[in-house]
Design a protein around this ligand. Structure first.
Ligand code: CO
Length: 152
């Protein structure tokens, strides 16, 4: 089911999200809906608070694949990249954001099993952006030079 993507100004985007503790049907449907909503919006990632659910769950859909990260935590961050970023909760805008170039994250999957991944480049940027959402942080808090996108 496609869910509504909440927009900047909604307080749920500013919450510190709670850890996921129940790996059950309601989590599965949340994640399935987030995937569907993300695909329809043609975005690179979506965090649960963006669909109004203040839980530590994100989905990322990039060249490297589709990932569901539950309770993600950085192990390390290395290097630096500076590049454009946008957010499905901040329609019609983009900005230049400094991010680590490479990150390692530990997380759980929808069954609660523990994994880790290393992401670099745009994948790392997407992971950092989505994890920020779980702490109520938006890219516009960090961006220089926020501008209107021309083709929106
Ligand atoms: Co976002």
């Amino acid at each position: 089911m496609i869910r509504n993507i909440v927009q900047v100004g909604d307080t749920v985007l500013r919450e510190k999200c709670a850890p996921v503790t129940s790996f059950d049907e309601s989590l599965f449907s949340l994640l399935d809906d987030m995937k569907e909503t993300l695909r329809k919006a043609e975005g690179a990632g979506l965090a649960a608070p963006q669909v109004g659910v203040p839980l530590r769950a994100v989905v990322v859909d990039v060249e490297e694949g589709y990932f569901e990260l539950i309770n993600p935590v950085f192990v390390w961050q290395k290097g630096e990249q500076v590049g454009p970023e946008a957010c499905l909760s901040v329609k019609g805008k983009s900005g230049i954001v400094r991010r680590p170039d490479k990150v390692k994250v530990i997380f759980q999957d929808r069954k609660g099993d523990k994994y880790s991944l290393v992401a670099r480049g745009f994948f790392a940027r997407a992971v950092c952006h989505e994890i920020d959402h779980l702490d109520g942080v938006l890219y516009i808090d960090k961006a220089a030079d926020i501008r209107d996108e021309e083709d929106v």
